[in-house]
Structures are given as C-alpha cells and as structure tokens.
Unconditional design. Structure first.
Length: 106
C-alpha cells in the first residue's frame, strides 16, 4: 500500500483519487476549441491517484495481487464507478481498480 497526502487509507483493490483542478483539466482542446461544461460532464472522470490499497487476494486467499496503478498516476475512470467523499472541505473519490479505464502516459 502506498499513500501520498491522503486522509483515507484504501483497502484491498481500492484507490483514492484527487479530482483534477480546473488548471489540470484544461478548458480547451489541443486545437484551442473551448469545451463547454455540458460536454465535459458526459466524459469519464479523471484524477490523480494519491493512495492505493494493498491489492485483492488471489482465489486461494494466499497471495495479494498488486494494483496496476501507482501514486501520482493520472487516471480516467468510469463516470459512475466511484464513491465521492468530502473531508475537511476537500473532495476525494474512492475507486475500485476495476472501474479505472486507463492511465495517461507521462
């Protein structure tokens, strides 16, 4: 398990994701076209991984299967595949690894 500034310790195959800030998300496409908020709402969610669980157990219950994501990865995940948690006014997403659709290349 690895955490970075996370108020929550995720269990098993769960991941804590910090939503992107407006600056990180950008409001324009690569060609400079401004993307309206209504169009952004229809896209999958994105964020930065700030904590990962230890992984889920294999079928025999003898060995942990590590997660494919790491702290610091920018990920895209299913719009309805997370739970939102607010702690001290800050928003975090708890996402199962199976709901993560991909990791952006750095």
């Amino acid at each position: 398990m690895s955490t970075e500034n996370s108020p929550i310790r995720p269990l098993n195959d769960k991941v804590v994701v910090r939503p992107l800030t407006d600056e990180e998300a950008g409001t324009a496409s690569a060609s400079g076209i401004i993307i309206p908020d209504s169009a952004k709402k229809e896209k999958p969610e994105q964020g930065i991984v700030i904590a990962v669980g230890a992984g889920k157990w294999d079928e025999d219950g003898e060995k942990r299967i590590p997660l494919d994501v790491a702290v610091g990865d920018r990920v895209v995940f299913s719009k309805y595949g997370y739970d939102e948690v607010k702690i001290d006014g800050k928003e975090f997403f708890l996402v199962a690894e199976g709901s993560i659709l991909g990791v952006f290349n750095k």
